[in-house]
Design a protein around this ligand. Structure first.
Ligand code: SF4
Ligand code: SF4
Length: 111
């Protein structure tokens, strides 16, 4: 099924391969924010995709550093009672999910 916009396919992949493994998933979620769990996966979703697209490394450290500098630094919840949110410890799964979508798109473009 074609994505309705540029980011829909990423959101579907994140929910399937990251949220499905999240121990903080709310009953009936995602989305989890309306159910009481603020989470950077949802709150910073476009920035998360852009972070992954602008980083290329086999190590997680560059991604973690950018998360700290570019997303967490501007997050309204930084160091609040809901921080750290699942984005911090699910970052590797999120990066893998975004890169999977990107590889699929690249293969479609080449093919
Ligand atoms: S808390 Fe965040 S990562 Fe966990 S299921 Fe909800 S939206 Fe996904
Ligand atoms: S880890 Fe904390 S600062 Fe970073 S996105 Fe989550 S709530 Fe915001």
């Amino acid at each position: 099924m074609a994505a309705e916009n540029e980011y829909d396919e990423f959101l579907v992949e994140l929910r399937e391969s990251v949220c499905s493994r999240c121990v903080e998933r709310q009953p009936g979620g995602p989305p989890c924010a309306p159910l009481g769990r603020v989470c950077g996966i949802e709150q910073h979703f476009p920035q998360l995709v852009e972070l992954c697209q602008s980083t290329e490394s086999v190590q997680m450290e560059p991604y973690a550093q950018k998360l700290h500098d570019q997303i967490c630094a501007d997050c309204d919840n930084l160091d609040g009672p809901t921080c750290p949110c699942p984005l911090r410890y699910l970052l590797q799964l999120a990066v893998e999910a975004v890169e999977r979508v990107q590889r699929r798109r690249n293969a479609q473009t080449v093919g």
